[in-house]
Unconditional design. Structure first.
Length: 397
């Protein structure tokens, strides 16, 4: 059985009274992760129940009143704590009221492990924020290390970004990197061996599950949601809602609303500029990256090998972003750009600068002399295709 890295963290949190709230994009494996936890608990002879709120009868019952939970699960001995897994919490009309009711009355007898597909619904419906009663855990698509585990090559994952990869593993790791760059980390896509099937699964995720986010959010133009995702996939550089609005002939406020939903549904991430000089450096306009490379390539309609792509530099940069996203908080990831369009791709923890080029040969050190002279306290590093798996990107322990 293959476990996600988050499994241990969630397992450790079972001993806490707080509600364990698991969120992330659809199809990242939240339900599977909870089922794995339940299976392990049952082997330890712990009492568990699993409820899916995609069942309309159960949903109606729990919406009528929180106490109706005890019509769904059988009576239990109050001396023995029950672990209750509740899948797709966002379908409840008032999830805050439901969880708060049971936490306040039954926290000594019921431990809640809850999943939700979109932070959008969590934000909108958790009106009092359940302050002090919950802890949120985010499950993204597979990291590159997890990708290797799902490929049954987890034993070589420790060499990634360690500073040095043994020569014997370099070609193999490059092969896996090429696949990850093209098809990303959705678990179902990773375990599928046929390339044509991988593409079909990504199409299903985009056409069904992502569109479901738009429909359930009652967006006025749900088809426009995927059009905007396609534009964000194809554009390198700064996010300009006015520019996209003009292209699509809709209001820029609509663009901003839809992009906010994409962000809260874990499909994209917005990173903000790093600046110290208020007059000369960009302060407001963000950059946007897709959180999964397979989804990015689906929206571009391009699954060509990276060496044959015109966008290989942008694709590698998006991969490097994803690596940072797996290791750091979003507040620790910035980019630098001046009004004169001088730019450095990533500033990490205000201490390390990284520029990404597909080939080392295309790097011109002179272009960055102003930045290095101005920010002598930041180390400057070049990332390219040949060193992207070797250079140490992880936080110091």
């Amino acid at each position: 059985m293959k476990y996600r890295t988050l499994f241990k963290t969630l397992w450790d949190h079972l001993s806490k009274k707080q509600i364990t709230l698991l969120v992330g994009a659809r199809q990242t494996g939240k339900t599977t992760l909870m089922q794995q936890m339940q299976s392990k608990l049952e082997k330890e002879e712990k009492r568990t129940f699993f409820i899916s709120l995609e069942d309309p009868e159960i949903l109606k019952l729990l919406d009528d009143h929180p106490r109706n939970l005890f019509q769904v699960i059988p009576p239990f001995n109050n001396n023995k704590k029950v672990i209750l897994f509740l899948d797709e919490i966002q379908y409840l009309s008032n999830p805050t009221n439901f969880l708060k009711y049971h936490y306040d009355l039954n926290q000594d007898s019921i431990k809640f492990v809850v999943s939700g597909s979109s932070a959008f619904y969590i934000d909108e419906k958790f009106k009092d924020s359940l302050a002090g009663r919950k802890r949120i855990f985010i499950l993204p698509t597979l990291t590159f290390e997890e990708f290797l585990i799902f490929k049954n090559r987890g034993e070589i994952s420790s060499f990634i970004n360690s500073g040095s990869i043994p020569e014997i593993y370099k070609l193999e790791l490059q092969k896996w990197l090429n696949e990850y760059l093209l098809f990303g980390g959705y678990p179902e896509v990773v375990v599928e061996e046929e390339l044509s099937e991988k593409k079909l699964i990504l199409k299903e995720i985009a056409d069904s599950y992502i569109k479901k986010d738009a429909l359930e959010a009652n967006l006025r133009y749900p088809d426009m949601y995927c059009k905007i995702l396609k534009i964000l996939s194809s554009r390198k550089g700064l996010f300009n809602s006015n520019n996209i609005a003009t292209h699509l002939k809709i209001k820029y406020q609509t663009i901003n609303t839809y992009v906010k939903l994409m962000e809260k549904s874990f499909h994209i991430t917005r990173i903000l500029p790093f600046y110290r000089n208020v007059e000369k450096e960009l302060r407001k306009m963000p950059k946007i990256y897709l959180n999964d490379l397979g989804l990015r390539n689906y929206f571009l309609g391009n699954f060509k090998p990276i060496s044959l792509r015109n966008d290989r530099g942008e694709l590698l940069e998006n991969f490097v972003f994803r690596r940072f996203y797996d290791f750091y908080s979003i507040d620790d990831i910035r980019f630098w750009r001046t009004q004169k369009k001088q730019e450095v791709d990533f500033i990490i923890q205000e201490s390390k600068a990284y520029e990404v080029k597909f080939s080392k040969k295309t790097f011109n050190p002179q272009k960055y002399s102003y930045f290095k002279k101005k920010y002598t306290d930041l180390s400057f590093n070049l990332i390219h295709f040949d060193n992207v798996l070797e250079i140490d990107l992880k936080p110091k322990q």
